[in-house]
Ligand binder design. Structure first.
Ligand code: SF4
Length: 689
């Protein structure tokens, strides 16, 4: 019946927990139900998953299309809204060129929807299409793809729980960001004897979750932000000095080992430990634990990726795994913990400027031509702009923007400038469920359905593609993102290339152009899902990668020595503190959904900054009072939390709250290759508010 619970996937983080949604007699009655047999979480959820249905029928939902007229929004019909979107997109292409449009996909949106958005951009004639993974793991994807073969977790949560003896967690906070992965997988591994080495400037829920007993099975190396390369170089040099390398693995499965030894030849471990702010003996002890374990796994997060040296940070983790032979079997690997529920899939389906579905390079003629043949139109051969580059170009070479489920004013660094630049656009359309900070500047707003009201697939941090299923729409005049893309595409191009009977038919086309998904169908996905790569129907997918060889050109894992590159902005007299940022368990990225959830908002209704007691004393700041936090790009007012969780000289805050968003302060300087911004280190100052 219509009131039966539907089995779907939590809309928040990349763990991909299965949940059930019970529609209820009235829309407001919708509620969460556990799904006991769910493949990843077996019915358990964190506070976000349990509260997920709270925002589906929220009073702030956008219910009708809105068009800006004389500076004000007015309700419009879908017909008017579509006409305006299509005519403005056509005008921009005629008056400028196809590259004058940018397209933002979203990791909150499903595979089929992101697939159609990137197809729409390419049909329009531009590769200027990107998504928010640019801001979280673009550098990780770059390093993993180049040095190992695939931009994804090498292993799976289950094999890591069962087989890993050491969990090396650097720049990630699964206790808050991936709570079920932490409690059901990583903590279980520790209870059975594994050791955790956590490398993070901030003590957090992850730190506390592993303080299980009096044993030394948890080490916290509390380094200064931006010193991950020197810390890992100490680890690598210690391993080399003691001969804890896997010679056979290095010989048979890697290249570049000499480059690493040369890079480290004159490396001064003592000076580097000083730079990191961590005792050398602690780093050496951690190196021994990792290198002498039977199976050791690395987990990497945004503390590593969100730096101008993000690619090199992750390369050094790959170096560590390769020289100790910790790849290609269960319980090992280099494993990025992905943030949003479909951040892996959004990249897999090609919503990026340099790759087509399945990570086929746009500038690889053969790959591009095979996709063109399936689609029946040509794709521009040059990679397009990334999302931060698109924002930088707004009002210069970019004049129109299509935003599906993104909120760049809150999510991109230097938010004040983003806000100014977006106002320079000739036209912006935003497709969303709420009036976001970005939507307020749009010319047209298209009201979309939520995650609970539609079906499709999402891909979790394990590379597991899972089906989401929807209940009846809550607001009649909203539309599914997929239907909006189909309508806009059909009207723009006047042919059948954007006409599909249903979401499954879109997936069927996707799997024809995405080799790693080719073996999947909706029937084969069933309730368990499948982990890619899954090349042919009947393949069971891989729980871990690279058993026999790497997916690089010559099949070898690439070792490459890297050296310290400090953050682009370091403390000085005017801004003497290092500002670093991270997320909370109870909120989600720009807060569009979580700030509207009573359960979540009760936990953390406003932003705060962690400041060390010695710094607080110097500034005369009391715990719980309001302070101004400033950088060269702006200032915010928020509560001070005086705590030893943070290192002296460092302040820590979150991006979730519109009234005091950390991204008004962060620096928009980019990693040269992956174009990820340096969210994790900026110079800052604090004043009594
Ligand atoms: Fe949702 Fe992640 Fe929590 Fe699971 S761990 S319930 S996927 S937010």
């Amino acid at each position: 019946s219509d009131d039966e619970p539907v089995k779907t996937i939590c809309p928040y983080c990349g763990v991909g927990c299965g949940i059930s949604v019970q529609p209820g007699a009235e829309p407001g009655d919708m509620r969460f139900m556990p799904w006991g047999e769910a493949p990843v979480n077996e019915g358990r959820v964190c506070i976000k998953g349990g509260a997920a249905t709270e925002v589906v029928d929220h009073e702030d939902r956008l219910t009708d299309p809105l068009i800006r007229e004389d500076g004000e929004f007015r309700e419009a019909t879908w017909e008017e809204a579509y006409d305006l979107v299509v005519s403005e997109m056509q005008r921009i292409r005629e008056e400028h060129e196809p590259d004058a449009m940018g397209f933002f996909g979203s990791s909150k949106v499903m595979n089929e929807e992101n697939y159609l958005l990137q197809k729409l951009a390419r049909r329009y004639g531009t590769n200027n299409v990107d998504n928010c993974t640019r801001m979280c793991h673009a550098s990780t994807v770059w390093a993993l793809r180049t040095s190992l073969g695939a931009g994804a977790m090498t292993n799976s949560m289950a094999d890591l729980r069962d087989e890993a003896d050491v969990l090396w967690i650097q720049g990630a906070n699964p206790g808050e960001q991936h709570p079920i992965a932490n409690s059901q997988y990583f903590r279980q591994a520790v209870l059975e004897g594994a050791t955790v080495i956590q490398v993070d400037p901030h003590a957090n829920k992850t730190t506390r979750s592993f303080k299980i007993d009096e044993t030394d099975r948890h080490m916290h190396l509390q380094l200064k932000p931006g010193t991950d390369i020197p810390l890992l170089n100490i680890v690598l040099k210690t391993i080399l000095e003691n001969g804890w390398i896997d010679e056979e693995f290095i010989e048979q499965r890697t290249e570049g080992f000499d480059d690493l030894t040369e890079t480290l030849e004159d490396f001064d471990k003592e000076a580097a430990a000083e730079e990191c702010g961590v005792p050398l003996s602690d780093i050496e002890a951690a190196a021994e634990k990792y290198a002498t374990a039977d199976n050791a796994a690395i987990f990497t997060g945004m503390g590593m990726s969100q730096h101008t040296c993000g690619v090199d940070n992750v390369q050094n983790e790959i170096n560590l795994a390769l020289i100790t032979g910790n790849l290609g079997r269960p319980g090992t690997g280099v494993n990025p913990l992905r943030g949003q529920n479909n951040v892996q899939g959004t990249c897999d389906v090609g919503a990026m400027p340099n790759v087509l579905p399945g990570y086929q390079l746009v500038d690889d003629d053969e790959a591009r031509e095979s996709v063109e043949q399936e689609w029946g139109f040509e794709v521009p051969p040059e990679p397009g702009l990334t999302n931060v580059e698109i924002s930088h170009e707004a009002g210069k070479s970019v004049h129109g923007l299509y935003v599906m489920g993104e909120n760049p004013i809150m999510s991109e660094p230097d938010g004040n400038r983003v806000e100014e630049r977006l106002q320079e656009l000739e036209f912006m359309v935003v497709q969303d469920i709420f009036m976001t900070e970005t939507a307020k500047l749009a010319d047209v707003i298209l009201p979309a359905t939520t995650w609970a009201e539609r079906g499709g697939t999402v891909t979790n941090t394990d590379r597991r593609v899972q089906r989401m299923r929807g209940v009846e729409k809550v607001h009649e005049n909203t539309k599914h993102d997929l239907d909006i893309m189909m309508e806009v595409g059909s009207r723009l191009f006047g042919d059948e290339k954007f006409r599909f009977d249903d979401v499954e038919e879109v997936f069927e086309e996707l799997r024809q152009v995405c080799p790693i998904y080719h073996g999947m169908t909706y029937d084969l996905l069933g309730e368990e899902g499948l982990q890619w790569p899954c090349y042919e129907p009947g393949d069971e997918g891989d729980t871990f990668l690279y058993e026999d060889e790497f997916d690089t050109e010559n099949g070898l894992g690439q070792i490459e020595g890297v050296t310290h590159q400090p953050p682009k902005e370091t403390p000085d007299e005017e801004y003497p503190l290092v500002l670093t940022t991270a997320r909370l368990e109870e909120h989600y990225n720009t807060g569009t959904m979580s700030r509207r959830s009573p359960t979540l908002n009760r936990q953390h209704p406003e932003n705060f900054v962690d400041i060390h007691p010695n710094d607080a004393e110097r500034y005369g700041i009391e715990d719980g009072e309001y302070v101004k936090l400033k950088s060269r790009r702006g200032e915010i007012t928020l509560l001070a939390q005086v705590t030893e969780d943070i290192k002296e000289g460092v302040v820590w805050t979150t991006p979730h709250f519109a009234a005091a968003s950390a991204n008004r302060l962060t620096n928009d300087v980019l990693d040269e290759r992956a174009k990820i911004p340096e969210y994790k280190a900026a110079a800052a100052e604090v004043e009594i508010g």
